[in-house]
Write a protein that binds this ligand. Structure first.
Ligand code: SF4
Ligand code: SF4
Ligand code: SF4
Length: 226
């Protein structure tokens, strides 16, 4: 489905009203799950036990993907301390696109700009189709989307699809992590290091109860965020 920016903006007021009535109410509805065509379905693991909160991943993401100041595709959120000195500990939570298989942002997009790539399962934004309506920003229960102040279209983590992945490298955040707390790979390949860790370790996915089927897995440290 597609429409021009002018056509869409003309009908936006009524649509915006509908959106305000509760964009996340139908998250567990009948959206199709990802079915990739080449047996590649990218996902990521954040090992919260290995993360030291250095934010090197955030800096690398910004630099490699030329993310403007004031917005970000990735944040590491610190909480704590838990416990008493000298045993007090901090927890670090990765906030970024979860590349949901049942993605509300895709469901609400009126132009087809937000979509799941059949090649690799990445949730992406077609800049040529995006009209900047911000429906996807409102619908995302993880609050990870923003309007890029330079391109004026919706933006978020794309697993470095146009940068590091295109150059045959791992995503910038994964490359830069000094503790190997981030693991990227093909969830449909059982021999992949990511798949192997998911088989062996206890992991969780954030807000899984919403039915979004996130492809971001986490090794918990302390209390699990739900
Ligand atoms: S985390 Fe938000 S932006 Fe990313 S796929 Fe899910 S709903 Fe869409
Ligand atoms: S995969 Fe790329 S775009 Fe996504 S958070 Fe990591 S560095 Fe940023
Ligand atoms: S670079 Fe690695 S250790 Fe540092 S904050 Fe990011 S995920 Fe955590």
């Amino acid at each position: 489905m597609s429409c021009s920016r002018r056509q869409f903006m003309a009908g936006m007021s009524a649509g915006a009203l509908i959106m305000m009535t509760g964009p996340t109410r139908s998250l567990a509805s009948s959206l199709a799950h990802t079915q990739t065509i080449d047996g590649v379905r990218y996902g990521m693991l954040h090992d919260e036990q290995a993360c030291i909160g250095c934010t090197a991943c955030m800096d690398a993401c910004r630099e490699v993907n030329q993310v403007p100041e004031g917005v970000s595709r990735l944040e590491i959120i610190r909480s704590g301390p838990v416990g008493e000195y000298p045993d007090a500990e901090y927890h670090f939570f990765r906030k970024s696109c979860q590349h949901c298989e049942n993605a509300p942002c895709v469901h609400v997009c009126p132009t087809g700009a937000s979509h799941i790539r059949m090649e690799d399962g990445i949730v992406d934004v077609d800049a040529d189709l995006c009209v900047g309506c911000m429906y996807c920003l409102a619908a995302c229960p993880y609050q990870v989307r923003f309007i890029n102040p330079v391109t004026r279209v919706a933006d978020k983590c794309d697993f470095c699809r146009k940068t590091n992945l295109a150059a045959g490298k791992e995503p910038a955040c994964v490359e830069s992590c000094p503790t190997k707390a981030l693991v990227f790979g093909n969830l449909d390949d059982p021999d992949n290091p990511l798949s192997q860790r998911l088989v062996k370790e206890t992991t969780y996915r954030y807000k899984q109860a919403l039915g979004t089927s996130p492809k971001m897995y986490r090794v918990p440290k302390g209390e699990i965020k739900s």
